[in-house]
Design a protein around this ligand. Structure first.
Ligand SMILES: Cc1cc2nc3c(=O)[nH]c(=O)nc-3n(C[C@H](O)[C@H](O)[C@H](O)COP(=O)(O)OP(=O)(O)OC[C@H]3O[C@@H](n4cnc5c(N)ncnc54)[C@H](O)[C@@H]3O)c2cc1C
Ligand code: FES
Length: 266
């Protein structure tokens, strides 16, 4: 695909539960796990979504129903047309690792799932969410052991994924930790990894407009998340000033991360 939107027909809509739906397209894209596409709903808006399912001739994006755009997106039907540009961004990287750990918080499982399916090594999967209803793809990884945790204890261990990661790190030596979820969670993952001398890769979110590096909307410190990320490795996280601190709103105003994630783009 290109930097200009291509109108694609939705082939299938899979509703995982009332919070998440996946839109599938019968269209091949050259893709690396962790990359994202810009999704355009004409006369509404255009937003970034990671590719959560991928095969040679088909791909899917999984959307959490939150604000106006995402609620419209999960209500789409097979046959509806959406504009798609991309894929954009760097994606996750994999070397010849022997043992890796994946840490997903809520919808953070969307970019990690195709990575989990593609890496040929021993893997530990730690998945958490605020409650059972927000655990995404619970039955997707049958061959692997998934350690579940929920904030309210409604499924798996009660507590945060970072508690489960600390336990797993005490028992295993990982070559790499891959994480996606709320930024405060990823900062804790990074800190745990630094304390245990383990490298990590985390996928960040910032407001995106162009998706390919020209508008500056998505800056985080000196990096543009859309082209220099969205995946950042330990070495770059150490010098990324705004990691878990600041972000730009749609207007360009710099705000704390708490204000950024409570902002609504209507
Ligand atoms: C690289 C990347 C990949 C993403 N992948 C997914 C995914 O796979 N599944 C998923 O459900 N969501 C994903 N998102 C978030 C998604 O783009 C939307 O922000 C989210 O669906 C909420 O949109 P909304 O308008 O419905 O909600 P709103 O209530 O309007 O916004 C909720 C929050 O979304 C963020 N946001 C709003 N507009 C944008 C924008 N243009 N660019 C970036 N962030 C924005 C802001 O933090 C805002 O506070 C991704 C974001 C990025 C940056
Ligand atoms: S979204 Fe325009 S520079 Fe990143």
């Amino acid at each position: 695909m290109e930097k200009k939107p291509v109108m694609l027909k939705i082939d299938q809509v899979q509703h995982h539960n009332e919070n998440y739906a996946t839109l599938f397209f019968n269209h091949g894209i050259a893709f690396r796990p962790g990359q994202f596409i810009m999704v355009w709903l004409p006369e509404i808006d255009e937003k970034p979504y990671t590719v959560s399912f991928h095969s040679k001739e088909r791909f899917g994006i999984t959307i959490e129903a939150k604000g106006k755009f995402s609620q419209r997106a999960v209500a789409l039907k097979p046959g509806d047309l959406v504009g798609v540009r991309g894929p954009f961004g760097n994606g996750f990287s994999f070397e010849a690792h022997a043992s890796v750990c994946f840490v997903a918080g809520g919808c953070g499982m969307a970019p990690l799932a195709p990575m989990i399916e593609s890496v040929p090594c021993s893997k530990t999967i730690i998945q958490g969410a605020r409650s059972d209803d927000y655990l995404l793809f619970k039955d997707r990884f049958k061959t692997a052991d998934v350690l579940y945790s929920t904030d309210d204890g409604s499924f798996g261990q009660k507590g945060f994924v970072t508690d489960a990661l600390a336990d797993a790190m005490a028992k295993n030596m990982f070559d790499m930790v891959y994480a996606c979820g709320p930024e405060v969670m990823m900062k804790k993952v990074f800190d745990l990894c630094e304390a245990n001398s383990v490298r990590c890769q985390v996928s960040l979110e910032r407001y995106m407009r162009c998706g390919f590096g020209v508008c500056g909307a998505c800056v985080c410190g000196k990096e543009r998340v859309c082209v220099d990320g969205p995946v950042f490795e330990s070495q770059r996280l150490r010098t990324l000033d705004d990691f878990n601190k600041k972000a730009l709103l749609k207007s360009g105003k710099e705000v704390s991360l708490t204000d950024y994630f409570s902002w609504r783009s209507v």
